[in-house]
Design a protein around this ligand. Structure first.
Ligand SMILES: [Cu+2]
Length: 325
């Protein structure tokens, strides 16, 4: 039932594990050590991003994905003239890899520094109780730019998703990282927000992350998921709550998988913040479910056009611009 690295690579659309250059640990308990190099780079318009190759920085940064038990060594190359770091949620690290100036854990301008993240499987503690493992939909971000809390880095794009999987977790065919950050989605506002695409029936994984200083709620049209670690039920008698809307406040994260268009068919479906002033203000995007053969379903282009023409109060204050043609 173990999932081989080969199948994990095949199952991760982002291919983030591709740059891993070596496995050194062989002890089963410790798991392999995976090594990557991340480049923190300046982007146009005063923004910054993380990337797996020089010149390839993105907002959000690359989706990092490991298994419980793995250790991830990140060599962070700071190509900028700013102090910055990388700070993870959900994994274990010592103070030197905290990514916080409090622990003098950061990259000075132009400095390269290695951060080590460790994970573990859940384990039985005394008394028959179980301690949680590291598996979850987590995230990472700068914790040193601008202030000791990384407020400047978060505001300028230094963040990304981190998945720690449990062996046997179902792997998706597509993955989308969605970051609600102040009034932006992945640092953009409608109608320039990402349009995520899948074909009818594809297994799609969403990784949702909150940042900034505003509370948000993530809503996806026409699809729903179980409010569990994986977004899935454990069996026919699992009564976990099923949701299609979930709080996404600063620092929080969750993930789930849906089968694109299942039970509802293909089409242009919205995802958006359900705080009404936020969706009106531009925190909305499209999940385009194509036909199974990849063609555009009837009506989808009209819906996309309407979305693109739709003014948002945070994007264009002219009320005339909000009138649909
Ligand atoms: Cu919001």
């Amino acid at each position: 039932m173990g999932v081989s690295r080969r199948s994990m690579l095949a199952g991760t659309a982002a291919g983030v594990l591709a740059p891993v250059v070596g496995f050194t640990g062989t002890a089963a308990a410790a798991g392999p050590v995976r090594r990557i190099t991340l480049y923190a780079e300046a982007l146009p318009d005063g923004l910054y991003g993380y990337g797996l190759e020089p010149g390839k920085a993105t907002i959000p940064g690359p989706l990092l994905e490991i298994y419980e038990g793995d250790t991830l060594e990140i060599e962070l190359v700071n190509t900028t003239d700013q102090r910055l770091s990388i700070h993870p949620h959900g994994v274990n690290y010592d103070t030197a890899s905290d990514g916080a100036p409090l622990n003098a854990s950061f990259n000075n301008p132009r400095e390269t520094r290695t951060y080590t993240w460790r994970t573990r499987a859940r384990y039985e503690a005394s008394g028959g109780f179980w301690m949680p493992g590291s598996a979850g939909y987590w995230h990472y971000h700068d914790h040193a730019m601008g202030t000791d809390h990384g407020t400047g880095g978060l505001a300028r794009g230094l963040y990304g998703g981190l998945i720690v999987r449990r062996r046997g977790d179902l792997l998706p065919s597509k993955q989308y990282t969605v970051v609600f950050n102040d009034m932006m989605i992945n640092h953009r506002m409608a109608p320039d927000t990402p349009m995520f695409e899948a074909n009818l029936g594809e297994r799609v994984e969403w990784i949702c992350i909150g940042h900034g200083s505003l509370p948000h709620t993530f809503h996806l049209h026409a699809h729903r998921w179980a409010d569990t670690r994986t977004g899935m039920l454990n069996g026919a008698s699992d009564n976990a709550q099923v949701v299609d809307n979930k709080n996404l406040d600063p620092g929080s994260s969750f993930g789930f998988q849906v089968i694109a268009g299942e039970g509802v068919g293909p089409g242009a479906w919205m995802y958006h913040c359900h705080v009404q002033t936020h969706s009106d203000g531009g925190m909305a995007g499209l999940f385009l479910v194509r036909n199974a053969d990849g063609s555009l379903p009837a009506g989808a282009q009209d819906a996309i056009d309407r979305f693109k023409q739709h003014g948002h109060t945070g994007h264009d204050a002219n009320p005339d611009a909000r009138t649909h043609a």
